[in-house]
Design a protein around this ligand. Structure first.
Ligand code: INI
Length: 157
């Protein structure tokens, strides 16, 4: 006899949770909009109390170390990292974007705490604007929805 269990996380959080949101000050013109979209989505996706700590770091390169410190504290159900790395603005785009992405991924897999990648890695400021609440949605809101889904999923695994 085959018994299958389909486990997935819903997009509504109905029990309390603590979430850390880390935002870069670099490209704050963009990242402030990601933060707004993220907080708005967290509020609209929850029927329970969500406790949200919002931390600011200098740039995307600094996101992993702060995420690690937060997960080690054992206080958070999920971490959302928000930032914008824009190729046009830096000759070391690959290093910053790569270190950020690899570092956040490692924190998540090492700790078992979801670390959501809400960092734009784009070629131009125009592309960043498109993804920060204009025609291509809001990456911060998407990151918040992903965090809710992952918290729900992790509680079932
Ligand atoms: N940080 C960003 O978050 N986005 C960028 O586009 C960026 N650029 O263009 O260089 C950037 N650089 C700063 C970096 O993240 C560190 O804060 C800095 O190198 C100090 O470690």
């Amino acid at each position: 006899m085959l018994k299958t269990n389909n486990i997935s996380g819903g997009l509504l959080l109905d029990c309390s949770a603590k979430i850390g949101v880390i935002c870069t000050r670099f490209n704050s013109f963009i990242v402030d909009h990601l933060e707004t979209g993220c907080i708005d989505m967290l509020q609209r996706s929850s029927s329970a109390e969500i406790d949200v700590d919002i931390l600011k770091v200098p740039g995307a390169y600094e996101l992993p170390v702060v995420a690690k410190k937060m997960v080690v504290s054992n206080s958070y159900d999920a971490i959302i990292a928000l930032g914008a790395v824009i190729r046009g603005a830096t000759p070391h785009f690959e290093q910053v974007a790569g270190a950020c992405s690899n570092g956040l991924s490692r924190v998540a897999t090492d700790s078992g705490v979801p670390v959501i990648f809400g960092v734009l890695t784009v070629d131009t400021i125009e592309q960043a604007i498109e993804r920060a609440g204009t025609k291509a949605g809001n990456k911060g809101a998407e990151a918040a929805a992903t965090a809710i889904e992952m918290i729900n999923l992790m509680r079932q695994v």
